[in-house]
Design a protein around this ligand. Structure first.
Ligand SMILES: Cc1ncc(COP(=O)(O)O)c(C=O)c1O
Length: 400
C-alpha cells in the first residue's frame, strides 16, 4: 500500500494542479469518519461538498449498487432500462414537481436547466430568437463549464477562459429591487442558489426567495433554484426552497442524489416547461443509467427513512449555537442553516487555511472557502457525541 506521502507526490507529479487540497490522503471511510493510509482517523466536516449527506458507504446505498452491478450498469438512453422510471417518479415526488431529466454532474444539471429555460423562452414565452436573457447572482457558484464560468464573478474561475457565452446578467444576491430592475421582456429565467455555498454559506434575508418567486411569477420569468449543494436535507428541509414555502419552476439537484457513490444529477420541473425538450435536443450517455438510478433511489429512501432533514435542523442548530458560544475574537460571524455552517474569521485572523490545517492535525477535516471562511458541513447521520467531540477541538483551536 502507498503511504500518504507517496500518494501526494504521485498526484503532484502526474496530476493537473487545479486543486490545492488539505494535505491528507483518505483511503477508507465509514459514516462520518475517514481514515488515512497510516490509520489516522478524521471526522469529515465537508462531506465532499455535501455529496455524502447520508454518510460514507451507507449500507443501504452500497447494497443497492452491488445488487444492480450484478444485473446491468449501462444501457444508454437508446433503450429503456428497468430502473429509470421508478427513480424519476421518486425524485419528482420528493421535489414536489412533475418531470425530471437525469444527468451526471452538477454542472450538467445546470446546463440542462439553462437550455430548458432558453427553449421555453423562445417557444412558450415568445422571446425573439437568440435574444433570451438569464439573470444570475453575483458570487454565484454553479460549476465549471465554459458557459457557467461566463456568468461567474470569481476572477480565478474566469481568467483567460473567454470569450464567454452571451445572454447572462449578474445582479447582487439578496437584492429584490435589483431583480425587479434587471428583468426585461427578453428575460427567461433567474438562476439562484437559495444559500450561496461556495461563496461561504451566504444566507439571504428571511423571505428573500418568497419575494423572488413573486417577482418571477409577475414577469413570467422562470425561477431556477440550484440546490446541488443545499438540497437533500443539508439545510434542515429536504430542499432549501421549502423554508420559504414556494415552488421553483426548475430545480437543479446533484451531489447527495447518489449519497456520494458517483455523479448523479437532474433538472426537475413541470410538464408544461419540460415539453420543450424533444428527442435529440439534449441527453447524456451515462445520464439515467441503471446503476445511478439504483443509487439514487436508495439515497432518497435513506434521507426520508432516517429523517435526515429533521436531524440536520436539530443538530445543526445545536452545533451553530455551541460554536457561537466559543465567542472567539477570531470570529467575525458564525452563521448557518441546518448542518450547513460557516465560521467567518476576522481579517486579523490571517486567513482560514492555517486553521483548517490545524483542525486536520487534530482530527477534523474542513475546508476553507475563499480566504476567511471555514465551512462545516458534516454528514447528516453524525451523532451528537461526535459533534461534541468536534466542539472540544474547535474550542481548543479558536480559544487559544
Ligand atoms: C450550487 C452548486 N451548483 C453546481 C455545482 C457543480 O457541481 P459539480 O461539481 O458536480 O459539477 C456545485 C458544486 O459545488 C454547487 O455547489
Amino acid at each position: 500500500m502507498l503511504t500518504s506521502k507517496q500518494c501526494m507526490e504521485l498526484e503532484a507529479t502526474y496530476g493537473a494542479k487545479n486543486y490545492k487540497p488539505i494535505p491528507v490522503v483518505i483511503s477508507k471511510a465509514e459514516g462520518a469518519w475517514v481514515w488515512d493510509p497510516e490509520g489516522k482517523k478524521y471526522l469529515d466536516c465537508l462531506s465532499a461538498y455535501s455529496a455524502v449527506n447520508q454518510g460514507h458507504l451507507h449500507p443501504r446505498i452500497v447494497q443497492a449498487v452491488k445488487d444492480q452491478m450484478d444485473k446491468v450498469t449501462l444501457t444508454s438512453r437508446a433503450f429503456y432500462n428497468d430502473r429509470l422510471g421508478a427513480f424519476l417518479k421518486k425524485l419528482c415526488e420528493v421535489a414536489g414537481l412533475e418531470v425530471a431529466l437525469p444527468m451526471n454532474t452538477g454542472a450538467e444539471a445546470v446546463e440542462t436547466g439553462l437550455k430548458i429555460a432558453r427553449r421555453w423562452g423562445y417557444q412558450v414565452k415568445g422571446v425573439p430568437s437568440n435574444q433570451a436573457e438569464i439573470i444570475t447572482a453575483k458570487s454565484n457558484f454553479h460549476g465549471r463549464t465554459s458557459t457557467i464560468i461566463g456568468f461567474s464573478t470569481d476572477e480565478g474561475a474566469r481568467k483567460d477562459f473567454g470569450p464567454f457565452m452571451p445572454g447572462f446578467l449578474n445582479i447582487p444576491f439578496n437584492d429584490i429591487q435589483a431583480l425587479e430592475d434587471a428583468i426585461t421582456p427578453h428575460t427567461v429565467a433567474f438562476l439562484v442558489e437559495p444559500i450561496q455555498g461556495e461563496a461561504g454559506v451566504i444566507i439571504p434575508d428571511e423571505g428573500y426567495l418568497r419575494k423572488v418567486r413573486e417577482i418571477c411569477s409577475k414577469h413570467n420569468v422562470l425561477l431556477i433554484t440550484d440546490e446541488i449543494q443545499t438540497g437533500f436535507c443539508r439545510t434542515g428541509k429536504m430542499f432549501c426552497f421549502m423554508h420559504d414555502d414556494i415552488e421553483p419552476d426548475i430545480l437543479l439537484v446533484g451531489k447527495a442524489l447518489s449519497g456520494g457513490v458517483f455523479p448523479v444529477s437532474a433538472a426537475i420541473t413541470r410538464k408544461d416547461i419540460m415539453d420543450v425538450i424533444t428527442p435529440g435536443s439534449h441527453g447524456s450517455t451515462f445520464g439515467g443509467n441503471p446503476l445511478a438510478c439504483a443509487a439514487g433511489e436508495a439515497a432518497l429512501d435513506v434521507l426520508i427513512d432516517e429523517k435526515l432533514a429533521e436531524r440536520s435542523a436539530e443538530l445543526g442548530q445545536y452545533f451553530l449555537d455551541e460554536i457561537k458560544k466559543i465567542g472567539s475574537p477570531l470570529f467575525k460571524e458564525v452563521r448557518g442553516k441546518g448542518l450547513f455552517i460557516a465560521i467567518q474569521l476576522t481579517d486579523e485572523a490571517g486567513g482560514a487555511r492555517q486553521y483548517t490545517e490545524k483542525l486536520k492535525e487534530l482530527g477534523i477535516l474542513a475546508k476553507e472557502t475563499h480566504v476567511h471562511t471555514i465551512r462545516l458541513a458534516p454528514p447528516l447521520i453524525i451523532k451528537k457525541e461526535e459533534i461534541d467531540w468536534a466542539l472540544d477541538i474547535l474550542r481548543d483551536v479558536f480559544k487559544a
